[in-house]
Design a protein around this ligand. Structure first.
Ligand SMILES: NC(=O)c1ccc[n+]([C@@H]2O[C@H](COP(=O)([O-])OP(=O)(O)OC[C@H]3O[C@@H](n4cnc5c(N)ncnc54)[C@H](O)[C@@H]3O)[C@@H](O)[C@H]2O)c1
Length: 415
């Protein structure tokens, strides 16, 4: 039985607990959450047992957002074992009570906390984005390699049904060579044009988040694009900050949080795939009025027709749901063990299997780093006002935007 530590009593935690419970209920995994780490030991009690400890912050966001998931507690996942609570990662590691951790802290803490765990021989599944900079992410990947431990990134995208279907259709030749990929949107319904995203001011500060939506949303988007269409070779982008101030309104209409962002709230990028196809990716936390998204989710134009989300329209033919194609049906058991479709459950199962000596995790540290390099290429391109190669961002040859972050976090930087 694997002993799991959870670091960060985050808003995203209940959605992970829901996935973990689904795995135990389906008999697909054998683990117990044996440690909870917060900023204080008392704070860590918030999710230990229903009705005990300080009340967790209320969920936030529009329905369907994982941050809007209703509270769930470790006692709801497995009543037979309650975790020890700690006020910092080092205390948890010194207690020797975990084999692996799920890391759910703000982005600028990922690399130091993950590396401390890996050095102590503990496997790490880290929430996205992998790190606050490419250099920080690379240090995590190198630490995992050095210590022979699993490092995964909880982006979830690779395990999503639409992504699975689109990737299958492109890789299997249904769509033909990818010519164009279109992905993005303006506005969120909950945070646009000037609300503090997820009521977390750190998301609007460069040294804590790495960037705005280019990073927070961009790693998901590039994960999807790469899963479906292969590697992104180069990026050219522009960014803007339309809202100089963001707030969280209090219950009586007063302002309960206020932040003056130093990151973008909007990006538009054009990219070239390694195969020669082109794409456009964007996202904005600004946008007055109704949100807008590319119709039907990511749109992929191939040599034989167009994919809009899971809808496939062969040139000159009738539209079908990709899931109805015979080849896709045959994949269901491999893609969704036990019929589970919750991406948090599926990625955690993949992590547990890798930790137990199974195949390499699909969303491993290398994948998280590659997604981060694409997302950082957006910000490097916008800062330099030129086209950048993703390989140069990954190697560190292009890092002007990130240098202040690396300097602040003691990762080298300004020369
Ligand atoms: N995969 C997704 O769809 C998704 C969605 C939302 C958030 N996220 C990611 O999840 C992570 C957390 O995001 P969130 O919105 O839940 O943030 P949050 O600010 O609500 O949660 C972070 C938690 O970390 C705790 N923390 C801070 N410093 C700590 C320390 N030194 N030790 C232990 N705990 C500490 C805070 O108290 C807080 O509870 C981020 O990496 C974010 O990008 C992923």
């Amino acid at each position: 039985m694997l002993r799991i530590g959870i670091v960060g009593t985050a808003r995203i935690l209940p959605s992970h607990l829901r996935g973990m419970r689904a795995l135990l209920q389906a008999g697909l995994a054998d683990f117990r959450i044996t440690a909870l780490v917060g900023r204080t030991t008392a704070g860590a009690m918030a999710f230990r047992r229903r009705g005990e400890g300080p009340a967790p912050r209320p969920p936030v966001g529009a329905p369907g957002d994982p941050l809007a998931a209703e509270h769930l507690y470790v006692s709801d996942v497995h009543p037979d074992t309650l975790p020890e609570c700690f006020g910092d990662v080092r205390a948890m590691l010194d207690a020797g009570c975990v084999d692996a951790v799920l890391l759910l802290t703000p982005v600028h803490l990922h690399h130091t906390q993950a590396i401390a765990c890996l050095e102590a021989g503990v496997h790490v599944l880290c929430e996205k984005p992998l790190a606050v900079s490419v250099r920080a992410g690379r240090a995590m990947v190198e630490a995992a390699l050095r210590h022979g431990r699993v490092l995964g990134v909880a982006e979830g995208v690779a395990y999503d049904a639409t992504v699975r279907l689109q990737a299958w259709a492109v890789r299997g030749g249904v769509v033909g060579p990818v010519e164009m990929v279109l992905m993005g949107g303006v506005g969120t319904g909950a945070w646009s044009p000037d609300r503090i995203v997820a009521e977390t001011p750190w998301r609007h500060r460069k040294l804590e988040a790495g960037g705005g939506p280019s990073i927070d949303i961009g790693v998901h988007q590039f994960d999807h694009i790469r899963a479906v269409a292969g590697e992104v070779a180069e990026v050219t982008a522009m960014t803007a900050r339309f809202a100089p101030e963001r707030v969280t309104p209090g219950p009586d209409g007063s302002v309960s949080q206020r932040v003056h962002p130093d990151v973008e709230d909007t990006f538009h990028a054009v990219f070239r795939l390694a195969t020669g196809g082109l794409g456009h990716v964007s996202f904005s936390w600004a946008g007055h009025g109704d949100p807008t998204f590319w119709p039907g989710g990511p749109v992929v134009y191939g040599g034989r027709g167009v994919l809009k989300g899971r809808r496939w329209q062969p040139e000159g033919g009738a539209e079908v749901d990709l899931a109805s194609l015979a080849g896709a049906e045959a994949q269901q058991d491999a893609w969704f063990p036990g019929g589970i479709r919750d991406t948090k459950a599926l990625q955690f199962l993949d992590f547990l299997r890798a930790v137990s000596g199974g195949p390499t995790m699909e969303a491993d540290g290398d994948q998280g780093l590659a997604d981060l390099a694409c997302a950082m290429a957006v910000l490097e391109s916008a800062a330099a006002r030129q086209v950048v190669r993703v390989a140069d961002v990954l190697s560190g040859a292009v890092d002007a935007y990130q240098r202040p972050i690396d300097t602040a976090h003691g990762l080298g930087g300004l020369t």
